[in-house]
Design a binder for this molecule. Structure first.
Ligand SMILES: [Zn+2]
Length: 279
């Protein structure tokens, strides 16, 4: 790892990349799995970060999408691979990082005309609000980075997640990979243009200083409301400490420490994933 460059935390997701529109495209089990489509975009982005120390956190599905062989090409990259792990999409963040990058991100659950809109769990979570704001994964994760005072410097994703996130984090660099026109449909840019934009973006990022970017966080007391897709999920999650039932499908948790809220959301997601055997 270099000693001169910036220290960059990349939280990796898949649905927001160019060339991707369906769950088959992003499911390792599918014969349509588009690993090469993803990798060509990731390589283009990492090209501009050769002077940086990069922590690359594979946070799509089981976290096993990016092959370790990528570190043969990029010795400055440390890869976090596999699951289940604490802090999932944000594992390894601490106050030593200069910036956070959200790569391949998608819009929050219920967003109009957004490829594979969901928030943490597409099967379990029907709605989620923090302090009254509808959430996407970028905002949830940005506030976790905020606990360590690390600013959000860059987002690569579809046009809808970019629109949503820009409202609250205006000074980051944004790159729309595609224009989503429905849950499984998008207008794609030509590949050479996307790859050039990715290289240019990361090169610009590697020369930027952290002071120009926003650290994001929520006002205290932080209130999170989660509406599940059915009542059994809400039944199960209601046994968690601090969680209070609001109605058939909704629960609520309030805390001053956002770390507690963030971990509660992950625990809810894991409980719901494990609970599929009961449904
Ligand atoms: Zn994903």
């Amino acid at each position: 790892m270099g000693i001169m460059g910036r220290k960059v935390f990349i939280s990796f997701d898949f649905e927001g990349l160019a060339g991707i529109t369906s769950w088959n495209d992003v499911s390792k089990e599918s014969s349509d799995y588009k690993r090469q489509t993803m990798l060509v975009q990731l390589y283009a982005f990492l090209e501009g970060l050769r002077d940086c120390d990069v922590l690359l956190v594979d946070s799509h599905a089981s976290g096993d999408n990016i092959p370790w062989e990528i570190t043969n090409e990029f010795e400055n990259v440390q890869l976090i691979s596999g699951g289940i792990r604490k802090y999932y999409m944000m594992y390894g963040i601490d106050d030593s990082f200069d910036f956070v990058v959200f790569f391949g991100y998608h819009a929050g659950v219920g967003s109009l005309e957004a490829n594979m809109d969901h928030t943490y769990s597409s099967s379990s979570i029907h709605n989620i609000w923090i302090n009254g704001m509808p959430m996407n994964e970028a905002l949830i994760n940005a506030a976790f980075a905020g606990l360590y005072n690390v600013p959000i410097a860059c987002m690569v994703g579809d046009d809808k997640v970019v629109q949503q996130t820009k409202l609250y984090i205006p000074n980051a660099f944004y790159l729309s990979t595609k224009q989503s026109i429905a849950r499984h449909s998008a207008v794609m840019k030509p590949m050479p243009i996307v790859l050039k934009e990715l290289r240019d973006l990361s090169t610009k990022l590697s020369k930027s200083s952290k002071e120009v970017f926003d650290v994001f966080g929520f006002e205290k007391h932080v209130e999170m409301i989660v509406e599940f897709s059915d009542t059994i999920r809400a039944d199960l999650v209601s046994s968690m400490p601090l969680v209070e039932r609001m109605d058939g499908r909704k629960v609520r948790i309030v805390h001053d420490d956002y770390k507690v809220i963030f971990e509660a959301l992950l625990a809810m997601t894991y409980i719901c994933a494990g609970a599929k055997v009961l449904l």
